[in-house]
Ligand binder design. Structure first.
Ligand SMILES: [Zn+2]
Length: 247
């Protein structure tokens, strides 16, 4: 395996090639991008290294304004996510917001694992040890707390179906529901409500990226106004429809 220094040198070398190819293929776009950006889409996605908004959608630079964090959360009081959304909606005037989750999300899995651990401890009558304030465990557990809470609400359904909460289908269902909840939270934010109050055309959508196939799936859970559903987009309807089959 290459050393990290070699890896970084390789990335800089690759950038030289990329820049030269870009300048040759589309000098007009380079000039346009240097003058400013006018993306029409805001993307709230996961930080996962396998899920790139631009690569997954094949769009040119300048097309999508992106904010990423672990498991594409939109927590109340998250200044970073709120500032990115506010800038996208009210300065760049994007027309669509996409909340994009993905299969195999470590944040979603951690939320489910935390819910399972809590449930096991509660069943044994044991108390959960609180992580040391400021520790890595504390930081991560605070971040995934809403996913853990959502996962806890799904445990009875897993149990009724005699299914492990950590199996692929259970995690896929949790991923979908977390995206739906995040779409709801974004749609109910003052930032988006203000745009709708101004009569702006702005839609919010929930998608899931399937790492095994590189395909996107629309969950059909979007809004284009207060209580007004966004148009359904062409998509595989369910998790099963979008996964490769062995048979
Ligand atoms: Zn993720």
């Amino acid at each position: 395996m290459a050393s990290c220094t070699q890896l970084l040198q390789g990335i800089l070398d690759a950038n030289e090639t990329y820049a030269a190819a870009f300048a040759q293929a589309d000098p007009a776009l380079l000039k346009k991008l240097a003058a400013g950006q006018s993306p029409r889409i805001f993307w709230l996605g996961c930080s996962d290294s396998r899920v790139s908004a631009e690569l997954a959608t094949g769009v040119a630079p300048g097309s999508i304004f992106v904010h990423r964090n672990i498991a594409q959360c939109f927590h109340k009081g998250d200044l970073s996510a709120s500032a990115a959304l506010a800038y996208a909606v009210h300065v760049l005037k994007v027309e669509a917001i996409i909340v994009c989750g993905h299969t195999g999300c470590g944040g979603v899995r951690a939320g489910m694992q935390a819910a399972v651990d809590s449930s096991d401890k509660a069943a044994k009558g044991e108390e959960e040890p609180a992580p040391e304030p400021g520790s890595v465990a504390d930081t991560i557990s605070k971040w995934i707390a809403p996913i853990k809470s959502l996962a806890s609400s799904q445990l009875p359904a897993c149990s009724a179906a005699s299914r492990s909460p950590l199996d692929t289908l259970s995690l896929a269902e949790l991923t979908d529901q977390h995206v739906r909840d995040t779409v709801q939270a974004v749609s109910e934010s003052d930032i988006v409500r203000a745009a709708w109050d101004e009569g702006r055309e702005l839609s919010v959508h929930g998608w899931v990226y399937h790492v095994a196939t590189a395909k996107l799936r629309d969950l059909d859970c979007g809004y284009k106004g207060v209580g007004v559903r966004a148009e359904s987009l062409s998509r595989p309807a369910t998790y099963a429809d979008s996964e490769p089959r062995d048979d």
